[in-house]
Ligand binder design. Structure first.
Ligand SMILES: Nc1ncnc2c1ncn2[C@@H]1O[C@H](COP(=O)(O)OP(=O)(O)OP(=O)(O)O)[C@@H](O)[C@H]1O
Ligand SMILES: [Mg+2]
Length: 557
């Protein structure tokens, strides 16, 4: 970049190859890119939404309906489009569901903003109007939300089933929702007068094969490893568990050493001593009272044999995360050497047992000292199904947690969006000037959710929206789009409920992202080119600008 400088000489500020666009060009390019992303995910919204098949550069295939996953797997380049992926991820991190809705809503807010700007309304006015509309929308949502009991299993199940309605596992949502509710209630704990549930306490383990209905909840942990030696017990009751994060073998010297052996007797003595050392290690394990040993590294063959003889169940090469989960669940301490192991370091579980799951063996650690440790073993026909089942389960667990944390819900199917839009329009009527247009535009943008649900269900969106609007005018608060029957119905009667948090977060994030993009009027992108060989990097553009510029500087923009 350069500007007219002293004596008409350009002043070069940015590196060669830097691309810059300004004003409405910059804004429009960003908006365009973001809207393309929104269009791409739109078709997957709602129970009748489609799934996407994504193939990465290694040829790995992901089939999903989850907004955040789609955008994560797509190799997005454009910075504004990347922001859409981030919005979706934020939604996922904060509330775990609504990751498609938030992107669709952001796209629509931007679309409406373009219409306003085409009418010569300045972006700052749009931004102010949107922010005001957002605050009011959240307030209206709060007004209509239904208060429920944090631990009402029936409500929690309904919310979980709604979140799964749009997923591949929808056919089994009844079964999985029960399981998810039990899991969350198991880990929920009282906090600040309410409840909270830590999703990290629920370990999801996948094993392709079997049917989705063989997915099970375990009060304990599943470790995807087998018992290391065939003579070891396959079931240990009243387990005392030792956790070791080092290899169980004789330590090798760090330097090369030679041992001279001159007679067969010495050879024998050497081997005997080595065996004795191995036996001592096993004796130590036995003496402290452990009957189960989990090792993060390898276990020497001979040691396996001795452990088996002592009736100790052992597994090797556990993942670090499994070791940590075991420590937390069984109240054990991970030690780095067998010498350090003491009775106090052992954890407890009422049973440790190896089970055969399809062709594989897995170890179930149940009845742990910490009752808050639970796992869900996900089954399903193929790897892709199991993967998508895991994502759907994540959504279900998240929405249940959301309600446990903040026990307020709204009905789904676009009903809250229609109602909030209606109230926003009424609010806008009291405003003066251009801001009023921005608030009304915001209201209209919210209706993209029911509109898209209608489109995806093969209905005429204009008819559906006008029917919903008029019934809302008549006080039918929860009238929304019944995707399954392709008509407008009371969604509360259909038990389609969602956490208010999911809706509120989507509105907040979408407003934030769209206003952020609207505020940008200058895009300066550095060159991805390599610096020319031999010359100084960037070809002479210097920070601060050099009067006169240098050969190779960019032509004036
Ligand atoms: N039975 C139903 N009838 C009509 N709409 C429904 C029904 N169940 C869920 N919905 C609606 O579908 C929308 C959610 O769709 P979907 O789960 O595909 O996207 P998302 O939640 O925004 O994103 P994701 O689940 O990918 O994170 C919500 O507006 C919800 O109210
Ligand atoms: Mg969803």
């Amino acid at each position: 970049m350069s500007a007219p400088g002293y004596g008409g000489q350009p002043i070069i500020i940015l590196k060669e190859g830097t691309e810059r666009s300004r004003g409405s060009d910059a804004r429009n390019a960003n908006i365009q890119a973001a809207r393309i992303v929104a269009e791409a995910v739109k078709s997957s919204l709602g129970p009748k939404g489609m799934d996407k098949m994504l193939v990465d550069s290694f040829g790995d295939v992901t089939i999903t309906n989850d907004g955040a996953t789609m955008l994560k797997e797509m190799d997005i380049q454009h910075p504004a489009a990347k922001m859409m992926a981030e919005v979706s991820k934020t939604q996922d991190d904060e509330v775990g569901d609504g990751t498609t809705s938030v992107v669709v809503l952001t796209g629509e807010l931007l679309g409406k903003a373009v219409e306003l700007m085409d009418k010569k309304i300045h972006p700052t006015v749009v931004i102010d109007g949107y922010r005001d509309a957002q605050n009011n929308a959240i307030k209206f949502l709060d007004d209509i939300a239904i208060k429920v009991d944090s631990k009402d299993k029936i409500v929690l199940k309904k919310v979980a089933m709604t979140s799964m309605a749009s997923k591949l596992v929808a056919g089994y949502s009844d079964y999985i929702a029960d399981l998810a509710v039990d899991a969350i209630l198991q880990v929920a704990e009282g906090r600040d007068g309410g409840y909270d549930a830590d999703l990290d306490m629920i370990k999801l383990e996948k094993k392709p094969g079997g049917a989705i209905t063989e997915t099970k909840l375990l009060r304990g942990l599943v470790i995807d490893k087998e018992v290391v030696h065939s003579d070891m017990p396959k079931l240990v009751k009243e387990a005392k568990i030792g956790l070791l994060d080092a290899a169980m073998e004789i330590e090798k010297t760090e330097f090369t050493a030679k041992i001279h052996i001159e007679s067969p007797d010495e050879m024998q003595a050497y081997l005997d001593q080595e065996e004795q050392m191995l036996r001592d290690m096993v004796k130590k394990v036995k003496d402290v009272g452990a009957n189960v040993l989990f090792c993060q590294k390898g276990i020497d063959d001979m040691i396996q044999h001795f452990l088996a003889r002592k009736g100790i169940l052992a597994a090797r090469r556990l993942k670090k995360s499994d070791m940590e989960a075991l420590a937390k669940a069984t109240d054990a301490k991970v030690v780095s050497s067998i010498d350090e192991l003491s009775e106090d370091d052992l954890g407890y579980a009422s049973t440790v047992e190896e089970h055969k799951i399809s062709d594989d063996k897995m170890i179930f650690v149940e009845g742990c000292k910490n009752p808050k440790a639970v796992s869900i073993l996900i089954r399903g026909g193929t790897e892709r199904i199991v993967d998508e089942a895991e994502r759907s389960l994540h959504d279900a667990l998240s929405v249940i947690r959301d309600v446990v944390l903040e026990p307020r819900i709204v009905a789904g199917g676009g009903a809250p969006e229609i109602e909030v839009a209606r109230r926003l329009r009424r609010y806008a009527e009291g405003l003066a000037g251009r801001k009023r247009l921005a608030v009304s535009a915001f209201a209209e943008a919210l209706e993209v959710i029911p509109t898209t649900l209608a489109e995806n269900a093969g209905m005429d969106p204009i008819d559906a929206i006008s029917e919903m609007q008029s019934r809302h005018e008549n006080g039918e608060l929860w009238v929304g789009l019944n995707s399954f029957e392709g008509k407008v119905s009371d969604m509360a009667e259909l038990d389609v409920y969602e956490p208010v948090q999911v809706k509120a977060q989507a509105i907040k994030s979408a407003t934030e992202a769209s206003t952020m993009l609207l505020k940008i009027d200058d895009v300066i992108a550095s060159s991805k080119m390599r610096p020319p060989a031999g010359g100084p990097p960037g070809g002479g553009g210097m920070p601060g600008g050099m009067p006169g510029g240098m050969p190779g500087g960019m032509p004036p923009m």
